[in-house]
Design a protein around this ligand. Structure first.
Ligand code: SF4
Length: 314
């Protein structure tokens, strides 16, 4: 895919506070609009503001805007989360430069950062994080160790071995890393054997925490699956959701959940395997509103406690 980078000046506030889930009250920042990883299951690709496929919009004035915005605040946030509707580590130097400037700016002011990535974290970031390891909560998205899975479902994301290298490098730098196994796609890479080899590998890399969720289906995601996967594969996935009602999940009123019975069996299996290897495993509460609530962003939540702001430092 040919990627088109569009540089743009951001005009609206940089930090936005989501009003749902375990990130409630924690400001979110977006370095780009759009994400080059083009995951087939990505629901952010269907957002009305999403750019055209192959386009990524970089907010080039983000560092200066952030500085101004925080300078106006009486209190600084204790944590800032990088939006999961994009990835702060795409393989594009200009984007990485802005991500680095923003992260360094926040960390030097004592503001913690949390991010989720399926990209490659370059060495200069790892060095930066090593200097502020208590203020970094990293989540690496990884559902399968199988390269074929990645090529089909996450065509432009980093292959699994590079994501494992991220985990190794971050852990060696003293950063707390958890793994997000989301979305678990029914019937794909979700056998007990496949999950166990992944968890076993994570155990070797000293990962202590996993968060999990099954694929949630939205009309745009169903369309992407149908258009971008082999027909028999997309049909077999979509079949699991047949007859499920459209309902409000997170911010979208048009979402189908995998039937609860199918989710519970999988979650139970993964929790049991995780427990055998000594990993804590949390079900994403936002994407499973019909199950008992579990927070899946525990590092940031417990660090924030009831207070998500600190006194301004400048
Ligand atoms: S990495 Fe995340 S934001 Fe980027 S395409 Fe994949 S699911 Fe979407």
């Amino acid at each position: 895919m040919v990627l088109r980078l569009i540089r743009q000046q951001r005009k609206t506030p940089v930090l936005k506070a989501p009003s749902f889930g375990c990130l409630k009250g924690i400001p979110v920042i977006n370095v780009t609009r759009g994400c080059p990883h083009s995951c087939v299951y990505c629901y952010a690709r269907g957002f009305p503001e999403a750019p055209l496929r192959g386009e990524i919009h970089l907010y080039v004035n983000l560092p200066e805007l952030l500085e101004k915005e925080l300078g106006r605040r009486k209190r600084l946030p204790r944590w800032v989360s990088f939006s999961t509707a994009s990835d702060p580590f795409p393989p594009i130097d200009e984007v990485l430069k802005v991500s680095y400037q923003v992260m360094e700016f926040l960390l030097r002011r004592g503001i913690g950062i949390s991010f989720l990535t399926k990209g490659v974290i370059p060495p200069d970031f790892v060095e930066l994080f090593a200097r502020h390891c208590e203020l970094v909560r990293a989540r690496v998205g990884l559902v399968s160790l199988n390269d074929e899975y990645q090529k089909l479902f996450e065509p432009f994301a980093a292959p699994p071995f590079l994501r494992l290298a991220n985990i190794r490098n971050l852990t060696a730098a003293g950063v707390k890393v958890s793994v997000r196994m989301d979305p678990l796609i029914p019937g794909v890479a979700d056998s007990e054997g496949e999950i166990e080899s992944l968890v076993k590998r994570l155990k070797v890399l000293k990962v202590k925490e996993l968060s999990i969720s099954a694929l949630i289906l939205r009309p745009s995601v169903a369309m992407q699956l149908a258009e971008e996967l082999p027909l028999s594969l997309s049909r077999s996935i979509l079949k699991y959701y047949q007859g499920q009602p459209w309902q409000k999940v997170i911010t979208s009123a048009r979402t189908k959940l995998l039937p609860a019975s199918a989710r519970i069996v999988r979650y139970q299996m993964i929790k049991e395997i995780s427990a055998r290897y000594g990993l804590a495993c949390h079900i994403c509460g936002c994407k499973n509103p019909d199950l008992p609530w579990e927070s899946c962003n525990t590092g940031v939540e417990s660090a924030n406690g009831d207070k998500v702001e600190q006194l301004t430092l400048f």
